[in-house]
Design a binder for this molecule. Structure first.
Ligand code: SF4
Length: 395
């Protein structure tokens, strides 16, 4: 079978398609990301949302060569079109050389397909392509900044190292001045004394700012922020969101914000990709989050309802759910992975047998907006299902 040829989406800085990544558990490969896809427009910020364990972080790490899973990514394409050079597909050839392939037909798990020297050689080429990507300008803001910073090095040393990615010929004094400049950009005391601090001497908010300064010091064109406000108290969280909003709103920076914090995503991002249990279930404009009439996937609606309930201080609840709590983690199986929680499947206008039989493919419902759902009219089916449910509660 000839390998599929991928092309970058028009106007996109990153186009990812059919990405599969997994981890070996005993004799099986558990798929953590199942056919992941996303498109980041040039100059745009994409919000990647989903509950914990939905595979968001592993999806992005797989595309950036930061995954520590084995075998990690084994199929798909991730094309970066940064700078003036030709686009770089950091996963080029992975589907041809990886020892595993995605499941087909009734298979539930990825299958071992070949063994040989092609895979180690591909991994070497992959590392070279990732090194090229970093020189093109890609930055990463990790979750848990205290853990991500090197505890043995002063933050000044780490910042100077990051400055040298963008300015390899800068002398010591110039690099230090640039490091101080980046401290000022993230509203930290911009003086030599701050550069002398070790990560353990920083508060959570300071560590997150240093993490942002480190990502910016390489002067990236593309930046990924992974749960940038997790673990911060509310006023520091607001400050960090404001800071990211200012940095990302400058227009020449594109990127991805990974979070389950929907208000932050709505503030920072132009587009939205929603993941549920290893699969992308919706891609669309950020307005889909705030518009109750939008044809959103039922899972996106559930996330919105939960966020609204939490904001009002109520406990979140799951509509129509067989599975009322938990329910995170990647699953394999036939049919729609969301059906155990789906209000439309339970009460709405949809072919239930099809939901049980076929994994829904992504379907275009409006310009730039796709959902993975078999219901023809998602908004209408949702309204029918939820009004029935409300009627049931009243009675
Ligand atoms: S495909 Fe069926 S079960 Fe899945 S989200 Fe749509 S209606 Fe619900």
């Amino acid at each position: 079978m000839t390998a599929k040829v991928y092309a970058p989406a028009p106007g996109a800085i990153l186009t990812a398609r059919d990405v599969w990544a997994g981890v070996q558990v005993g004799k099986i490969i558990k798929p953590i990301v199942q056919g992941g896809r996303l498109t980041v427009p040039r100059g745009g910020i994409l919000g990647l949302v989903g509950e914990s364990g939905s595979g968001k972080t592993q999806f992005v790490r797989a595309m950036m060569g930061l995954s520590s899973l084995e075998p990690g990514v084994f199929a798909g394409s991730a094309i970066y079109a940064i700078g003036d050079g030709p686009p770089v597909d950091v996963l080029e050839g992975v589907t041809t050389y990886a020892p595993y392939r995605p499941p087909r037909g009734d298979e539930l798990f990825p299958q071992r397909e070949r063994i040989g020297w092609g895979w180690p050689l591909w991994r070497r080429r992959h590392r070279a392509r990732l090194a090229l990507l970093r020189t093109l300008g890609v930055g990463f803001i990790f979750q848990n900044p205290v853990g991500a910073l090197n505890p043995f090095l002063r933050i000044g040393t780490q910042l100077v190292e990051a400055v040298r990615v963008a300015h390899p010929s800068a002398n010591g004094k110039e690099a230090e001045e640039r490091a101080i400049h980046w401290l000022a950009q993230v509203h930290l005391t911009a003086e030599r004394q701050t550069l002398g601090l070790y990560p353990h001497e920083l508060s959570g908010g300071m560590a997150q700012r240093v993490m942002i300064a480190l990502a910016l010091a390489g002067e990236p064109h593309f930046i990924v922020a992974d749960e940038p406000t997790t673990g911060l108290d509310s006023h520091i969280r607001l400050e960090i969101v404001g800071l990211l909003n200012r940095i990302m709103g400058q227009g020449n920076l594109s990127g991805i914000v990974i979070s389950h914090d929907l208000p932050m995503i709505a503030r920072l991002c132009d587009r939205l990709t929603v993941m549920y249990r290893g699969r992308v279930v919706e891609e669309g404009p950020i307005e889909a989050l705030g518009n109750p009439k939008s044809d959103s996937h039922p899972y996106t609606r559930e996330l919105k309802e939960r966020a609204e309930s939490l904001a009002k201080g109520r406990h979140s609840r799951t509509r129509g759910g067989v599975e009322k709590t938990g329910g995170t983690g990647v699953v394999v199986g036939t049919g729609c992975i969301y059906r155990s929680r789906c209000a439309i499947y339970k009460d709405g206008d949809v072919d239930k047998a099809r939901c049980e039989r076929e994994q829904p493919p992504m379907r275009v419902i409006a310009d730039g907006h796709q959902v993975a759902c078999h219901a023809e009219d998602v908004a209408g089916a949702w309204d029918a299902a939820t009004s029935l449910e409300a009627g049931g509660h009243d009675g």
